[in-house]
Design a protein around this ligand. Sequence first.
Ligand code: SF4
Length: 423
Amino acid sequence: MLLDARRDRVVVLPASAWSVLCHADGTRDVAGVVAAARRFGATVDVAGAEALLDELEALAWLGDGAPEGLLEGDAQAIAPDDRRWVREMVAGRYRCDGRGDCCRSYPTISLTPADVHRVSAAMADDPMLAHRSHRVFLPTVGSAPTPMRAIALVDGACRFLEHDGACGVHRHGGAAAKPIGCAWFPTRLVDDGVEIRAAPVVECVCVARPDPSAAPLLPEIQACALPLGITLSRVPERVRFGGGREVDRSIAVATLEGIVARDPARALWTWSVALGQGEAWCGVPEGAAIEASAVARRFGEVAERARIRAELESTWRGPDDMVCRRLRLLAVAAGMLAAPSVAALVVEAEGDATLERHVFDAAVFSRSVLVGEDVARAVGDLALQMWLARATAAFVGVEHDVTLRETPLAAVAATWRAHRLGG
Ligand code: SF4
């Protein structure tokens, strides 16, 4: 399956096509590509390879020539003398229930080169890994090799996820054999200019039920010792809040920390609106009226986006897949919220107050809403997720996954991020 994430397009190809494409890296002519693919057992001829490449060219997916070097992706610039200790959100600790929902939720599961070696050693009896590793560890972009790899998905889930919900790599090689991103998931690290903070992304049922007496989210560690493959986001020195406007980082952090709210969704939306008007960097007005038509307008966009993503994901996951069911449900719920009268009701309704508070606290602790290009948008999106979760709870049935059934906000957050429902 080839995914064009920017244009929401998927092409599903026969498995042998990948053996052709991973050799079509700009270093061979078509006959050479076919010869290389045949070495891996692909039954393909020159005419078939040309037809495949013509199809991709028509989609504007072919580039000419080989890359000059390995495609590195974004470099992780952590100064080797940065000895700051990472500060953990202790209230974000949780106990994993081992049901593996998170291993089915995301379209990309990344691996570092060291992960590839550890996983291969742990799964030494896996014949596909031994003889067809190019079908298991895929480039994260394009067809040429990339240092970071993505694990192939099978039926929408990581191919190492076993039928009982356990991680096969963990089962065969122990926790230390797992990819670093999996071992550290769901911890998100953010440098706010003073401290490096670690808080969980609340996107599955176990993380949504915190237990401060559980094991720490991460080992005690200094910034310079963070392993390769762990992403460190940064709050920029000048925080951008939409329309090309900026504010100093210290003011942004102080305002975020100063939000005291009985209803986090209401406070976040009010702040987002004020930021959109170019103000509110020294306090968030509580109790301001919320314009339901503005909320409804955003939900109209979310509903359309969820519908498009549900259709796209169904082409390769199949309509009964967990992610497709989630997306369809969110499209229905967001579609209802696109009516201002319904949006007004949900804004005033009771949600899962404990979970909403936890998600809000994690966002404040990690400063995650301050790292992007548009803080007003990020803050407003968090409010929309809380309201969408309130509405979603009314539609959930036994056919839906446990995260959606038990902690809808966590399922909404995971789907929102993975499928960019905020646009
Ligand atoms: S490697 Fe294991 S923990 Fe990571 S996504 Fe796959 S099954 Fe889940």
